[in-house]
Ligand binder design. Structure first.
Ligand SMILES: CCCCCC/C=C\CC(=O)SCCNC(=O)CCNC(=O)[C@H](O)C(C)(C)COP(=O)(O)OP(=O)(O)OC[C@H]1O[C@@H](n2cnc3c(N)ncnc32)[C@H](O)[C@@H]1OP(=O)(O)O
Length: 281
């Protein structure tokens, strides 16, 4: 068992509390009774994933793994947006080195979250397009609040989601639905997402969503953690290994793609059409 004694649990809780004070973009708390950690993304205003937020998420996941976390709930401090995905302003006219780091850190986040040994739930308490959906898909279970959207809309912005993310979508909603959704870049309303299995449960409030998330995590209370994590690794390992083998090559090809003028033009159009904040000319 991860926490055999109350002392171990107290040590872990203190550790996490101390750690959380170091991370302005991700707040981590631990429920002392259950031992479940809640990581709350809090980059104003929409948790768009820039290098700093991605780095902090990656570091948080590393600490949780090291401290034998018993379960993770990933959520947002905003009551409107879970995460708006990659920071589109950072992808526009970018510095190639920064994009390289950003892409490689995004891969790390996916590897650590998708491949975590502990159980994970996303409490999707706001919109979750693209990278926001990626974070939710990496978790084992998704509870979403009503009246929001979720999906992989990369095609609408002018690129394809990477293979590991396509596989994640396919494993969750099936090949046929994934093909429809990805080629059209569909963003699903909560109820639609529930219908196709992109989310597992709907909740009316964040409190209810957290309760449902804890109920899911509690299902594993009597399962030996090593058996659970070995089984998860057996199910998810091949996807992770495929990315690990191709990591550097994928970074190179995305950097080339993102810095190309054709992509920059279509990104510029997307921002002008869809975001309130406009580009400085
Ligand atoms: C390099 C290749 C990568 C391939 C790998 C695939 C993985 C990920 C790809 C991505 O994640 S691409 C990002 C795609 N994201 C989107 O399409 C979301 C765009 N945003 C929206 O649709 C909406 O903003 C929203 C999230 C639904 C929220 O709508 P709401 O009406 O509540 O808020 P807004 O007024 O529209 O926005 C508030 C504020 O946030 C800014 N903003 C929104 N999204 C982003 C973003 N992705 N990056 C940077 N900034 C964003 C928006 O401009 C507003 O700014 P202010 O006006 O308040 O300054």
């Amino acid at each position: 068992m991860a926490f055999r004694t109350a002392r171990n649990l107290a040590y872990f809780s203190n550790y996490i509390r101390n750690y959380s004070t170091n991370g302005p973009l991700v707040n981590v708390t631990v429920n002392e009774k259950s031992g479940f950690a809640t990581a709350t993304l809090q980059r104003p205003s929409v948790n768009s994933l820039n290098l700093e937020l991605l780095t902090e998420i990656s570091h948080t996941l590393q600490q949780l793994e090291k401290n034998k976390c018993r379960g993770l709930i990933l959520t947002s401090a905003s009551n409107k947006v879970f995460s708006a995905g990659l920071d589109l302003f950072e992808l526009h006219k970018p510095n190639a080195d920064k994009i390289k780091q950003m892409w490689s850190t995004l891969q790390e986040v996916w590897i650590k979250l998708y491949g975590s040994s502990y159980p994970t739930v996303a409490v999707v308490n706001g919109h979750a397009p693209a990278g926001g959906c990626m974070l939710a898909l990496s978790c084992e279970y998704r509870v979403m609040l009503n009246n929001f959207i979720i999906g992989l809309n990369e095609a609408q912005i002018g690129f394809s989601a990477p293979m590991w993310l396509i596989d994640g979508m396919r494993n969750t909603i099936g090949s046929r639905q994934a093909e429809f959704a990805l080629t059209a870049g569909t963003l699903f309303k909560t109820e639609e997402a529930l219908k196709i299995g992109l989310v597992d449960e709907v909740a009316q409030s964040k409190e209810e969503a957290i309760e449902k998330a804890e109920k899911f995590l509690n299902k594993f209370a009597k399962i030996p953690p090593h058996a659970r994590s070995m089984t998860k690794a057996a199910l998810r390992g091949a996807n992770i290994q495929a990315l690990v083998r191709n990591k550097d090559e994928e970074v190179r090809s995305y950097v080339d793609f993102v810095t190309d003028s054709q992509f920059q033009d279509s990104l510029g159009e997307f921002i002008e059409l869809n975001l309130k904040q406009k580009l400085s000319k």
